[in-house]
Design a protein around this ligand. Structure first.
Ligand code: MN3
Length: 231
């Protein structure tokens, strides 16, 4: 390894162990950090394969964190702003950097939200959760159908969400790219989400998005969904 490569690696926050990242954040050398996965890369096998999980977490999510930190180097007023506040105030970010911040802060938030919504152990929905979703969508099966249908139909890259609107209504929506419900014009409370970027499934499922979505459904941590519903 050349010295240049070594320094490049050193600068790549995603490749550093989490304690080293923490030190950089505390030292003010960087602003956001890649959270560790709450389980091992192979914990969701065979539904989500270890290689995809590793690339997805380290390279994709890690990439958003690195790009966001790099953009913030040029934006002193936003360096200490908590992530959610940044997403709610994108219109205040200077136009030159706005899309860059939107994509990478969005990507960082979306993945940080998503990893804990998946569970290696089966955690089924409680009767209380089923009842709330049935009231909103007709039945629990109807909710499942509508949620997965929205994910199958999403064109290009993006996310599908269950949100609570500011009027208190449960709704299924999709957002393009790394946008999310915290951003204008939606500004709802995310309760469940699914990553419908090809990077989330292409290695294992190629073009069979529906098989990936069926696998995702089996991995949902319904305890966390319940937590979000009652928060
Ligand atoms: Mn992703």
């Amino acid at each position: 390894m050349t010295r240049r490569e070594f320094l490049f690696r050193l600068a790549g926050v995603a490749t550093l162990p989490s304690w080293a990242q923490r030190i950089k954040v505390l030292a003010g050398e960087t602003y956001h950090e890649l959270p560790p996965l709450p389980y091992a890369y192979d914990a969701l096998e065979p539904r989500f394969d270890a290689r995809t999980m590793e690339l997805h977490h380290q390279k994709h999510h890690g990439g958003y964190v690195n790009n966001l930190n790099a953009a913030l180097e040029n934006l002193p007023a936003f360096q200490k702003m908590p992530l959610e506040e940044l997403l709610r105030n994108l219109n205040q970010v200077p136009e030159t950097y706005r899309t860059l911040v939107r994509n990478n802060a969005g990507g960082h938030w979306n993945h940080s939200f998503w990893w804990p919504m998946l569970s290696p152990q089966t955690i089924p929905p409680s009767e209380g959760v089923k009842k709330i979703l049935s009231q909103a969508f007709g039945s629990f099966e109807a909710f499942k159908g509508q949620f997965l249908d929205a994910a199958v139909k999403l064109f290009g890259s993006g996310w599908v969400w269950l949100i609570r609107t500011s009027q208190g209504k449960l709704q299924i929506i999709s957002t393009p790219n790394q946008d999310n419900p915290l951003m204008a014009p939606i500004e709802g409370k995310p309760i469940l989400g699914v990553d419908v970027w090809e990077h989330a499934y292409y290695l294992k499922y190629q073009n069979r998005r529906i098989e990936y979505l069926v696998a995702f459904w089996e991995l949902i941590h319904w305890g966390r969904v319940e937590q979000k519903l009652f928060e």
